[in-house]
Design a binder for this molecule. Structure first.
Ligand code: HEM
Length: 226
């Protein structure tokens, strides 16, 4: 896109604002909203977790004030909920296709130069040799582990890793934390028509991004004092 912009041969106006808008459209909006929808689905399926994170919000933020960005680093339980939901539901389960620029060995595997490399982070996140009770949503598993999701630990790479990892990771994580924290702080949430948490359909719809097959519907009631 920068090449097209610099060459100036497009028949329409194409400047930095257009490049930014296309990047936001292609990479930012859906990844962030889909991640939030999965996190919220897991929280609604686990009322114990919802109560615990709301308690944390009460203690850290207080019931008479809105959540601010500066509160986020103190919300430790929220942080591990988000890690756990992104382990089970990486929105780009195969990342973007990568291309090897030279021969290399990864563990025992030889990858010749010019190969297309697809990394299945969905399977890595559920690999039973790495994760105990891999299919279960257990945020507390991260209390005793330093595993991070920013690309340093290859067991958990929902943003990819290295030079071609997601450049919007910090922005994405801040939006996800803030939106989820605000929704849980301001409202209590119920499933519609007396649906039980265990009945919530978690079917995935496969594509470049993997979202819920049906959108999540939840009923809010006000929780804050003012
Ligand atoms: C929770 C939110 C997000 C998630 C889970 C996410 C995830 C990803 C993943 C998995 C990749 C592919 C990395 C790879 O193949 O190794 C990627 C690439 C990318 N992301 Fe994100 N992303 C998020 C938010 C954002 C935001 C907010 C922006 C921009 C403002 C952004 C911009 C990009 C761009 C430009 C690429 C392509 C990078 C390249 O090919 O070099 N992303 N993202």
């Amino acid at each position: 896109m920068l090449g097209i912009m610099k060459a100036g041969y497009s028949e329409f106006k194409f400047d930095r604002f257009d490049v930014k808008a296309i990047l936001m459209d292609m990479f930012a909006a859906d990844t962030t909203s889909t991640t939030i929808e999965w996190i919220f689905s897991e929280i609604l399926r686990h009322p114990r977790v919802m109560k615990k994170v709301q308690k944390e919000l009460e203690q850290v933020v207080g019931m008479d004030k809105m959540v601010e960005e500066s509160d986020l680093e103190s919300l430790e339980y929220l942080n591990i909920i988000i890690k756990e939901a992104m382990r089970l539901h990486p929105v780009a389960p195969l990342l973007l296709p990568h291309h090897s620029i030279e021969d290399c060995m990864v563990d025992r595997f030889f990858i010749p130069k010019n190969s297309r490399v697809i990394i299945n982070v969905w399977a890595v996140g559920r690999y039973p040799k790495v994760w105990t009770d891999a299919e279960k949503f257990l945020p507390e598993r991260f209390c005793e582990s330093n595993i991070d999701l920013r690309g340093r630990d290859f067991e958990l790479i929902p943003f990819g890793s290295g030079r071609r990892g997601c450049p919007g990771m910090q922005l994405g994580l801040t939006i996800v934390h803030l939106v989820v924290a605000q929704l849980l702080h301001y409202f209590n949430w119920d499933l519609p028509n007396g649906m039980q948490p265990s009945e919530l359909d978690m079917t995935e719809e496969f594509g470049v991004l993997v979202g819920r097959a049906t959108h999540l519907i939840a009923i809010p009631t006000c929780r804050l004092k003012k």
